[in-house]
Design a protein around this ligand. Structure first.
Ligand code: NAD
Ligand code: UDP
Length: 312
């Protein structure tokens, strides 16, 4: 198949491309390199079955493809809040352009949505039928509400135009290739510990997150894309940790002497988050296989190579 991956030069997109190329597909990677980098896809650049297009999805584009994995959108609060209006445009105009493309060429369309559609949840763990608790005027809303509209657009294109959609709600995912300056918690703590800087816990660290290793998530993506259910479907690892527990774990793994310091909690920071993955188990026979300690080891090795400049 010829498969388009928007945001393919980013963290998740580049891991997905590795899997799709290994399966023998032709892959078109579309990215504006806002948070993505060519380094992530370097090994495919000379492959005749791989094509890289520098393009901003807020502008329309004409391509002929069989499937579209739509991932383009900054994912870290630091990056999506840097230019919130652009984040909304990417989620709304960009998603509309990609759905229009899917409609024209009759491609199956996969939306990378997020657990952020649940906002600061008052249902725990979060099931797909929970409608969420999002502040529509807060500093996270360019992303949360942007993704909620992206889901609405996907379902309206499906109902009105028969576009074949798949919608996944991704919970916090980590792994090699996250940017060192990404601002997300796993990458911050690892980079800080390796640089012998204090680990910055926001608030008192009692807020929780559930961390999924990237290879598990990509396996779920491919299963959902190729099954008959349209979603929305949660994908994530139900293992739930407080942020302070995560800081202590990474501190022990890298640098037990590293300091942990406390900084103010950002506005609207969700207090707890854990996916209910009953649907993914039932429909896809999917559940995560990589425990947090093992995934962190692999991620730390990648960061160490980059930070110490040893990457080949
Ligand atoms: P990332 O920032 O590494 O990747 C996003 C990619 O999209 C980058 O390569 C960036 O350059 C590109 N991009 C951004 N705006 C664009 C635009 N207007 N036109 C073209 N390309 C553009 O983030 P990621 O972690 O790989 O996330 C990928 C997708 O998964 C995002 O849609 C994100 O919302 C979703 N998601 C990720 C997580 C996670 O934990 N990683 C959780 C929930 C949802
Ligand atoms: N966080 C933290 N220190 C950091 C970065 C993040 O304590 O250096 C916290 C953040 O406030 C949030 C959690 O870690 O409670 C996860 O943050 P991240 O940005 O990774 O993801 P999200 O909030 O989008 O789930």
């Amino acid at each position: 198949m010829r498969i388009l991956v928007t945001g393919g030069a980013g963290f998740l997109g580049s891991h997905l491309i590795d899997r799709l190329m290994a399966q023998g597909h032709e892959v078109v990677c579309l990215d504006n390199f806002y948070t993505g980098t060519k380094r992530n896809i370097l090994k495919w650049l000379d492959n005749p079955y791989f094509e890289l297009i520098r393009h901003d999805i807020t502008e329309p584009i004409r391509l002929e493809v069989d499937q579209i994995y739509h991932l383009a959108c900054p994912a870290s609060p630091v990056h999506y809040q840097y230019n919130p209006v652009k984040t909304i445009k990417t989620n709304v105009i960009g998603t509309m352009n990609m759905l229009g493309l899917a409609k024209r060429v009759k491609a199956r369309f996969f939306l990378a949505s997020t657990s952020e559609v649940y906002g600061d949840p008052d249902v725990h763990p979060q099931t797909e039928d929970y409608r969420g608790n999002v502040n529509c005027i807060g500093i996270r809303s360019c992303y949360d509400e942007g993704k909620r509209v992206a889901e609405t657009l996907s379902f309206d294109y499906h109902r009105q135009n028969g576009v074949d959609i798949r919608v996944v709600r991704i919970f916090n995912t980590y792994g090699p290739r996250m940017l060192e300056n990404d601002g997300r918690v796993v990458s911050n703590f690892i980079a800080q510990a390796l640089r012998n800087e204090p680990l910055t816990v926001y608030g008192d660290g009692s807020q929780t997150r559930s961390f999924c290793y990237v290879s598990d998530l990509v396996e779920g993506f491919i299963r959902l894309m190729n099954c008959d259910e349209i979603g929305p479907m949660n994908l994530g690892n139900p293992g739930e940790y407080t942020i302070l527990e995560l800081a202590q774990k990474i501190q022990n793994m890298i640098n037990p002497g590293a300091e942990i310091i406390f900084k103010p909690l950002p506005q609207d920071d969700p207090k707890q988050r854990q996916p209910d993955i009953t649907l993914a188990k039932k429909w896809l026979g999917w559940e995560p296989t990589v425990p947090l300690d093992q995934g962190l080891e692999l991620t730390i090795k990648d960061f160490r190579d980059r930070i110490e400049g040893n990457q080949k």
